[in-house]
Design a protein around this ligand. Structure first.
Ligand SMILES: Cc1cc2nc3c(=O)[nH]c(=O)nc-3n(C[C@H](O)[C@H](O)[C@H](O)COP(=O)(O)O)c2cc1C
Length: 191
């Protein structure tokens, strides 16, 4: 059963967009942040930086900035993606940016090799670390990140990839089941 532990964490991790007001304790946050230092990365350079935001006023500014760009994005959106978002209840309102006690903004350092691949690998690690603490998150990727550069004083060489709100889930979807249609082929691709 020990061997199944990581798979259990992966199955239980579901996107959380509704958070309780309950604070995230320091030890949990530190373990989550530590997970960012452990993934493999191009030349071992960990080519990304993370800003931890807990200040309610800053979270409010981030929410306002994000919603501004999202209003324009959702107005332009048509077709299948729009239908899908409508079904999911995803729209330009981003309450999780102020409801979650912590926001983690992860940005790739474009002056380092393999920055994009390494940054997303680290995001994969951190979402599992968040789940492991009994917390939840959504890999929120606004359509345009420019608003956050000045707000958080991020130097130009960094390109933000995600805002991860972190907090205790107010509700959560059921665990995932393994999907046999996962396009795994042995010896050669059979597409
Ligand atoms: C690269 C990436 C970008 C995403 N961007 C958003 C986003 O901007 N807003 C959002 O609400 N969810 C976003 N998601 C979450 C997905 O909608 C979610 O992972 C998907 O519906 C599957 O649900 P699950 O995470 O519970 O397995 C993103 C996920 C990934 C991996």
């Amino acid at each position: 059963m020990e061997n199944e532990k990581l798979l259990e964490i992966m199955k239980n991790r579901r996107t959380v967009r509704n958070f309780l007001a309950k604070p995230v304790d320091e030890a949990s946050l530190n373990r989550i942040i530590e997970a960012l230092t452990l993934p493999p990365s191009g030349a071992g350079l960990l080519p990304y930086g993370t800003v931890v935001v807990r200040d309610p006023e800053m979270k409010q500014k981030i929410r306002e900035g994000a919603q501004k760009v999202e209003i324009e994005y959702y107005e332009r959106l048509t077709g299948r993606l729009k239908d899908k978002f409508d079904k999911m209840g995803v729209n330009s309102e981003k309450p999780f940016l102020t409801d979650a006690p912590v926001l983690l903004i992860i940005a790739g350092d474009t002056e380092k090799p393999y920055w994009l691949e390494s940054t997303w690998l680290a995001i994969g690690y951190i979402v599992l670390a968040i789940e492991n603490e009994g917390l939840g998150s959504v890999t929120y990727t606004p359509s345009d990140f420019s608003f956050i550069m000045d707000l958080l004083k991020i130097p130009d060489r960094f390109v933000p990839q995600v805002i991860l709100p972190v907090g205790y889930p107010a509700n959560k979807k059921p665990p995932k089941k393994s999907r046999p249609e996962g396009r795994i082929y042995y010896e050669e691709c059979k597409e």
